[in-house]
Design a protein around this ligand. Structure first.
Ligand code: BG6
Ligand code: MG
Length: 215
């Protein structure tokens, strides 16, 4: 691996814990349709696009509906989700994130966001994080879902840094695979069992620093 000149961060599960809000909104939808949606079920939706998440949910409930109805349900869930993220504050930024961002800035490392979420911009604004990023690639700018590398390659291109000089921080298996497909250095955030394909795994950004970036 060459020297790292840029870091690309997934949002949900790496920088902020929005999984709990996705969970509440999906659970509400499931309950409205007459079945339960558990925290274990929610694990299956990590890093998965909104429409794919809905398909998984409908499978759990054994529900078959038209494409049009699917879009209505996805919109309903997203409206509830937006109500939750509207209440977010900078206090919800995960431990160590801002410290590590400061260290990167001091070392002139470029920073990008690489998220599947179409709500990324409003989450960054609510948590006062937008100003850290030199490029923001989110679900409104991509055609392909992770594990396709599109989101990270677009980030590298917008930063003007070659993929081999980029490191990606990801909490989802599909995201790790996307980073590997982009030929980037990949740091898993979470459990080493789940993220075994990553080049290294850390429990959270509180456990990250420049020395660990250039191994
Ligand atoms: C990912 C989350 O970052 O974004 C998924 O891990 C989510 O759970 C996906 O489904 C899409 O997010 P949104 O905000 O566009 O529905
Ligand atoms: Mg994530």
């Amino acid at each position: 691996m060459g020297t790292i000149r840029a870091c690309i961060f997934d949002l949900d599960g790496v920088v902020v814990d929005t999984a709990k809000y996705h969970y509440l909104a999906w659970k509400r939808l499931a309950q409205e349709m007459g079945f339960d949606f558990t925290p274990e079920d929610n694990e299956k939706l990590k890093g998965v696009s909104r429409m794919d998440s809905l398909s998984i949910l409908l499978n759990i409930g054994g529900i078959k509906i038209s494409e049009e109805e699917k879009h209505q349900l996805a919109e309903k869930k997203n409206n509830w989700y937006k109500e939750y993220i509207d209440t977010m504050t900078p206090e919800e930024v995960l431990p160590g994130v801002v410290n590590f961002f400061e260290e990167l800035k001091l070392n002139h490392i470029k920073m990008a966001l690489g998220s599947a979420s179409k709500n990324a911009q409003s989450i960054l604004e609510k948590t006062n994080l937008s100003h850290w990023f030199d490029a923001i690639i989110d679900g409104t700018k991509t055609q392909e879902a992770k594990p396709n590398p599109e989101v990270f390659l677009l980030g590298a291109r917008e930063l003007g840094i070659e993929p081999k000089h980029c490191a990606v921080f990801e909490d989802a298996e599909a995201g790790i695979q996307a980073a590997l497909n982009a030929n980037m250095y990949c740091i898993g955030v979470g459990s080493p069992q789940v993220l075994s394909k990553a080049h290294q795994v850390i429990p959270g950004l509180f456990d990250m620093n420049m020395a660990k970036l250039n191994v």
